[in-house]
Design a protein around this ligand. Structure first.
Ligand code: NA7
Length: 530
């Protein structure tokens, strides 16, 4: 079907959904394409056992509509995937969003036509849509990373990836399961798979730090307090570096300014409390190795105290800086290694060599498994964008423009790609924040900008190479003031072989928002409006 709209949007997760709502308020026509058969994005695809948000539910939710935030009732402190998906579906129903979304349709290409300043977007279903603007709401953790192990296709058992989990679920009863990876998805799913499977072998390349989530049913009196002051609560969160946690985080004291006894008492208190508050006990964990080591060592001791077999505990103890990879929150992860039916295999010293028809070979040992689970993460932040054939001026592809790593201005636009926007693109705070707060801020900025272009009779808006180069340098300079770049994280693209090593998210939500507002106040400074 061929059609013309003001805005074409790729993706119907929380970003695409809110873009529809805003576009309608502005009287702009919109067409959204979504590969899944319903809304929800990340929470549509990541249905693995134990999948749960690591930001508290009263915070990980839209703030744009007060009736919505007052009326929706969360059931748990950290919402599990089915509850977040149900919430996304409720929002779609409530605002009648689905009428602008074409589901089960994957965007194949999006090309800018310089002769009429229009984007032509095509899909795998044969659609051709022409629009003045294109918005990529494709998500940061939406392109599954499956390492290419030799012999992988010869495996005869069932194979799953945590980020592409079957909707009908998986029954591991009686199965011998191999699970590759020990990031957040693995840490959430391992305890549940282990409780079901006959045997679980976990292949670990890098040990992860994990803190108890202490998930529970939601505290209704707390929710009542939040709802009585929801606006102030949201505003206070937006003043936090990560746009969440104003009630639990504290950033005023150095870890090195107190005695060891004080530190330990504070760590113990926060370990019992659970969640990300743990890493904000002091303000310099990600600034100095000495401060970081105080808390890293505390967690290592906790792991040794939980895991009974000393050799297994030794392998599970991480050595890198704590927090430079996203901290994991768990429900009984380390305890799971005390089970008789769980084995940990270290594949750092002896990497996985190949997959056979019935097992995984590492260090010359074949570990027999009849089900294989890849918990190997994502080609984060850029993967889903670069899978689409996106072409800007002079037919230049986004892949070519980003050959040495993603270059954007504010994580919103790239030079040579006029009227193209990314929601939570590389160069914006995105994955270092409560994503929904970042999404709302981006969608509001983008739709306000589009409305401005349309009403002022301009044809195009785009940044310049100079601006984006300065922005990328700034994002990396901020990261270099911290310990974030010190380990091989997906923030740096280090988890995907061959991916350019660039620190992609900007640290610091409030200053970023100020900058975005200042850019607008100064007549879209840093952009060329033609
Ligand atoms: P992550 O955090 O990227 O974890 C992926 C895991 O897979 C991690 O332990 C990797 O080890 C491991 N991995 C990746 N490739 C390989 C190979 N080739 N061999 C062995 N092990 C491998 O993804 P998640 O899905 O767990 O979490 C992503 C985010 O979602 C998370 O940060 C939260 O924000 C929510 P490595 O550490 O690279 O050595």
């Amino acid at each position: 079907m061929e059609r013309f709209v003001d805005i074409t949007v790729v993706g119907a997760g929380f970003a695409g959904m809110y873009t529809i709502h805003r576009a309608r308020q502005m009287g702009l026509s919109i067409q959204v394409f979504e590969a899944g058969d319903d809304v929800g994005g990340t929470w549509y695809w990541n249905r693995y056992p134990g999948a749960r948000c690591d930001i508290e539910s009263v915070e990980y939710s839209y703030s744009f509509d007060d009736d919505l935030q007052q009326e929706w009732e969360w059931k748990e402190r950290y919402a599990p995937q089915p509850e977040i998906l149900e919430y996304a579906q409720h929002v779609a129903d409530r605002f009648n969003l689905r009428s602008d979304i074409q589901f089960s349709t994957r965007v194949v290409s999006s090309h800018f036509n310089e002769s009429n300043n229009q984007w032509v977007t095509t899909t795998d279903k044969g659609d051709i849509v022409t629009s003045k603007f294109v918005v990529f709401a494709t998500g940061c953790l939406s392109s599954a990373n499956t390492p290419q192990f030799a012999g992988a296709t010869s495996f005869t058992g069932d194979v799953y990836h945590t980020g592409q989990w079957p909707h009908e679920g998986v029954d591991f009863t009686g199965k011998t399961v191999g699970l590759i990876g020990t990031g957040s998805s693995a840490i959430q799913s391992i305890p549940i798979i282990a409780a079901q499977a006959k045997h679980l072998t976990v292949f670990q390349r890098t040990a992860s730090y994990s803190i108890p989530a202490r998930n529970d049913t939601i505290d209704h009196s707390y929710v009542k307090d939040v709802k009585n002051n929801y606006k102030q609560f949201r505003d206070a969160n937006r003043q936090q570096t990560g746009a969440f946690g104003s009630n639990i985080l504290r950033y005023d004291i150095s870890a090195l300014s107190v005695t060891e006894e004080e530190r330990r008492a504070e760590f113990e208190r926060r370990w019992e409390q659970g969640g990300f508050a743990f890493l904000s006990a002091y303000n310099d964990f990600l600034l100095t190795p000495e401060a970081n080591e105080t808390v890293a060592q505390f967690v290592r001791e906790k792991i040794f105290s939980i895991v009974k077999d000393p050799a297994t505990a030794e392998k599970l103890v991480p050595q890198q800086v704590i927090g430079c990879k996203r901290l994991c929150l768990d429900s009984g992860y380390f305890e799971t290694f005390n089970r008789d039916n769980v084995t940990l295999v270290d594949v750092a010293s002896s990497p996985i060599e190949r997959i056979t028809s019935g097992g995984v070979v590492a260090g010359n040992v074949e570990h027999e498994v009849d089900v294989l689970v890849y918990a190997t993460g994502f080609d984060a932040m850029t993967g889903s964008l670069l899978k689409i054939d996106i072409r800007g001026r002079q037919n230049k592809t986004l892949s070519d423009a980003w050959e040495a790593g993603p270059v954007t201005y504010l994580g919103l636009n790239t030079a040579g790609f006029p009227n193209m926007f990314m929601v939570s693109g590389p160069g914006s705070p995105s994955v270092l924040t409560n994503m929904i707060m970042s999404i709302e801020q981006h969608v509001e900025w983008i739709t306000d900008c589009i409305s401005h272009i349309v009403s002022s009779g301009k044809a195009t808006i785009e940044t310049t190479e100079k601006n984006q180069d300065e922005w990328v340098a700034f994002v990396n300079a901020v990261a270099d003031m911290t310990l974030y770049p010190s380990c091989n994280s997906w923030y740096l693209g280090a988890n995907v072989p061959g991916k350019p090593r660039v620190f992609m998210p900007l640290i610091g939500f409030p200053t970023y928002v100020d900058k975005c507002n200042e850019v607008v106040a100064n007549g879209y400074e840093g952009f060329v409006l033609a």
